[in-house]
Design a protein around this ligand. Sequence first.
Ligand SMILES: [Zn+2]
Length: 485
Amino acid sequence: MGSAYEVDFLAGVETDVIDLDGRVVLPGFVDAHTHMESTGQYVVHADLSAADSVDDAVETLREDAPDDREWLQGFGWDESDWPEGRYLRKGDLDRVSDERPVVAYRVDMHTATLNSVGLDRLREALPEDDVEFEDGDPTGVVVEDAVGVVREAVGDDVAETRDLVTAARDRALELGVTCVHEKVRDSYAPRVYRELDRAGELDLRVRIDYWSDHLDAVLETGLRTNYGGGLVDVGGIKSFTDGSFGGRTAKVTEPYAGADPADRDDDGRGQWVVDPDDFSELVERVDDAGLQMVTHAIGDEAVDLVVECYAATDDPGAARHRIEHVELFDDEHAERMADAGMVASCQPNFLQWAGEGGLYDQRLGETRRRRSNRYRDLLDAGVPLAFGSDSMPLGPLAGVHHAVHAPDERQRLTVTEALRAYTLGGAYAGFDEDRLGTVEEGKRADLVVLERSPWEDDHEIRDIDVAATVVDGDVVYDTLDGTNT
Ligand SMILES: [Zn+2]
């Protein structure tokens, strides 16, 4: 950066010169919401995200689930486009194995299906409210806390965590992601990131948001938001309020489409995952401790709760308290977020479910589907906007593509706006805007080189290949073959 005349003096024995031959250089992508172990699980275990039917998912599990672990595991099924239009069930997974435990997690990770062996093994430990029954028989489908019980039972040790994290790291670098804001709970990942960093093998910036379960430990060990300054940083405290649209557990003010209020104890309007009073106390405690708050809120009633609790803190803008997802909200929420400086951390890849007949349509109906994920309205209101993937899956250019081609104009961004949310927007959410997020003098050299310009033919954005990724001045991924180096 700077004048070509000055830069020319740098060419010499200590400088590598790489001719990019007209390719496009952008700031490295900041993915503001990741679960890297989950990304790694797709690489290491059976990836069910491309399965287009129940049979296809069963077949993929049979073929791709590695045999050297106790449980056979698959990740990422999504029934919303399947001809059967239903969840995977116990009987489907019994076709994968009737001797070994099998689990297949839905794409949102709030729902999972067990086979009969898996279900029998965990039956005692599963909270009954989160186990689905039909005619008195469990269907194999479990949600929310029961999914947590399954994950704990399957269990990852340090070596497995390292396998998952390094597989995810490699995937991130291939996609041009140079920094992730990583949400962790009861995991060896923070230890593994620091071990990799110490060994000089991390090659990726990781900002760790610790689950609220760890708040006492964070305070006892004296961790502070933004402590770090190298590759590994301390982020904030992550909490939930509601669930997801997929599981009909996001908290909405109007009932779900086709909901029969008599069916459930929640009036068909979703459920709190964290009790609102407990959440309110948590925000106060986190804010008083000088830590950043990072809260999952999807439905409009959940967004309302978070805005209310954040607004009650001293200076939510200075603390950069964040709302993750913000999928359904009112204009008033956007205004209050903008006025107070609360950060919206959104996932434009979710727009893939916002088309006609898609998941948002099925769960919320036409009007609310079109009002979901309104990035245009957030930006116009002046809300700081950060983009991420929620590891569903990683892919900044896919996210940019969806934001640029969103079904409704209230959701749609220009190429530049979408790229900015995926670079500088994420940097801002992590207090890193003076160090990351743009290509300019004085900032760290986190860069991505694209084979083609996303501005030239915007219909192809998601198909553009990454030619190289640079983190902190080191080329950590490239397909340049050395021919023009
Ligand atoms: Zn998440």
